[in-house]
Every structure is written in C-alpha cells, then in structure tokens.
Design a protein. Structure first.
Length: 338
C-alpha cells in the first residue's frame, strides 16, 4: 500500500499505457497499408470482441463486406476469395481488439488507484480526461470507417487524420503526465508548463503530422518515387493552382506529398533547436530527439523510393510516434520549474 501512494507507480503505469498506444499506432499503420480497415462493417463493442468462430459466421461477415463499394468496385472484380477476406479481416479485428485491451489496461488500474486513494491531488481530473479521450478515439475510429461504407471505396482522409492525430496526442499526453508524476515523486510539486517556444514546436510538428496523415489517407506516397527531386523537379509539375487554394492544399495528392517532404525540414530545424536548448538538462533526451528525427527522415526517403514498401511505411509511422514522444519529453524538460 505504501508503494501505491508513490506517484512513481502511477507514472510507470502510464508509460506502459503509452507503450500499448504505440503498438496500436503500428497496428493501425499495417491495417491501413493492407487495405483492411473496411473489412468489418459493423461496430459491436462487446459481440465484436471475438472473431468469427466457424465457417458460417465467416461467410456471414463476407456477405456483409460484399455490400460496400470497396468490394463492389475493387476487390470483387479482382476476384477476392474468402481466404483473401480473412487476411484483411484479421488486421482490422486485431486493431479493434487492441483498442479494447488498451481501454482495460487504462481503466482497471485507474479505478484501483482511485479506490486506494493513491492518485496525487490534481491528477485525478487529468487521468479522467485521458480515459475519456481513449473512449472518444474508439468512436472516432468508427466514424472514420463509416465514411467508406456507402459511397466511397476508402475512408475519408480528413477522418483518418483526426483518428491518427488523436492517437499521437494521447501518447504525448500520457508521457507528459507520467513525467509530471515522476517530478512529483522527486518532491517537485510544480508541474512543467509549455513555453512559448514549446507551443511553436507543437504547431510546426502538428502541420507535419497532419500532412503525413493526409499523405497516408490519399495514398500520396505513390505520386513520386524519387528523392530529393519530385519526378525530376524541385516543385512538382501538373499542379492546378487556378482552383480553390484551400481545396488544393487539403486534397491534391501531389501538393500534399510535396508539402509533407518539404515541411519536414522546417520541423527538423525546430527539433534541433529544442534538442540544443535542453542539452544541459539531459544529454540523453537531446540525443534521442536527434536520433529519432534522423531515423524518421531516412525511413521517409526509403518509403518514397520503394513505392511505399509496407515495412518502411509502417516503420515510418511508428517512428513518427516516437518523434512525438521524444518531443514531448524535450518540451517537458524545457518547461520544468526552475
């Protein structure tokens, strides 16, 4: 009981939850890249916890899938078999199963810590908000899926962006809260605060992540397989700038691909500045920031030049989550009470 009253126990639990969210982001990337996200056409919170357990249920699920545009226009004419359907169903089911597991991993210990009155003052509300955000993420995921069940052959890239960005926000918030609790365990009752520079870094990183999500949702990674030029040009050809600019920036795969690979360098500049500012406080975190964004650049280039090889593409999304984690860690150090 005495250990439970130590904020470090709660911090360690939150780090573990953040790890499960990281795994979820990886699974989400695989689900997207294998075109598996629309294979389950219903959202049954409890009944859907188990996959089909016999051939009749598999056939029933397959028949439901045959009613949506993705099957009618793409997979049906391509000759999809039940075995093919089972392979895409697997990843979507794993994705949903892991989401349910994260809910339990968070909710059960949270309830236990609360019953034991082990949560330090001022943290109960924040943990409750994190729990609510996790529940909302499930709703957002289904909202995303519904966009591809009636008129489209894929999900809305806008909704996909909301789903992915929410996951990245949650993992960042989990790490930030865990770090606050570690400070609390060391006798520092004041929490770290976001500095003005920290807010700027978040906005810069947000734009990069947003266009990364758009790139994924619109399959914009396929528009060019060359680097550093895009199909032989610094600024890609074939962009129609005479139409609505806002629509072009948010919907044109060529423009989105160009912005994502170009804005990456702006993001790198701000991350380098952040890493230098915190170097005296923690050389380890400074090195981690440099290492992660360096690896992310290499994976991004590899993803482009291999025409979105699934291993490189999933790794790119996974390391993107690590960029968020290390940035949150660096900003937390930057805003640490003097």
């Amino acid at each position: 009981m005495s250990q439970l009253k130590q904020p470090i126990a709660i911090a360690n639990w939150l780090f573990f939850v953040a790890f499960t969210v990281f795994i979820m982001i990886v699974i989400g990337g695989i689900t997207r890249l294998t075109e598996s996200g629309l294979s389950i056409t219903e959202w049954n919170l409890f009944a859907g916890a188990l996959p089909p357990l016999n051939e009749a249920k598999w056939l029933s699920e397959f028949e439901k899938y045959k009613l949506i545009p993705e099957y009618i226009e793409i997979n049906g004419p391509a000759g999809m078999t039940l075995a093919d359907f089972k392979s895409i169903y697997f990843w979507e089911w794993i994705h949903r199963f892991w989401g349910r597991l994260i809910g339990l991993v968070f909710a059960v210990p949270f309830a236990w810590f609360a019953i034991k009155r082990a949560i330090p003052k001022g943290y109960g509300f924040r943990l409750t908000v994190l729990l609510v955000l996790g529940g909302m993420q499930g709703v957002i995921g289904w909202w995303m899926v519904t966009s591809g069940l009636s008129e489209r052959t894929d999900v809305s890239h806008y909704r996909l962006a909301v789903h992915l960005l929410m996951a990245l926000f949650i993992i960042g918030a989990l790490v930030w809260t865990a770090l606050d609790l570690r400070q609390h365990a060391n006798g520092e009752t004041k929490k770290s605060k976001l500095t003005l520079f920290g807010i700027v870094v978040i906005l810069v990183l947000f734009l990069q992540l947003l266009f990364g999500a758009y790139t994924a949702g619109l399959n914009a990674g396929y528009v060019s397989k060359t680097w550093p030029l895009m199909n032989g040009s610094v600024i890609p050809n074939g962009i129609d700038w005479t139409t609505n600019l806002w629509k072009t920036l948010n919907n044109d795969p060529v423009v989105i691909h160009f912005i994502h690979r170009t804005w990456a360098w702006i993001t790198v500049i701000f991350l380098i500045i952040l890493a230098r500012r915190i170097r005296k406080q923690s050389r380890k975190v400074s090195i981690a920031i440099h290492s992660v964004f360096g690896l992310q650049i290499l994976l991004g280039i590899a993803t482009i030049m291999t025409s979105v090889n699934i291993v490189f593409a999933v790794s790119h999304q996974a390391v993107g989550a690590l960029v968020v984690v290390t940035t949150a860690w660096g900003l937390h150090l930057l805003g640490k009470p003097k």
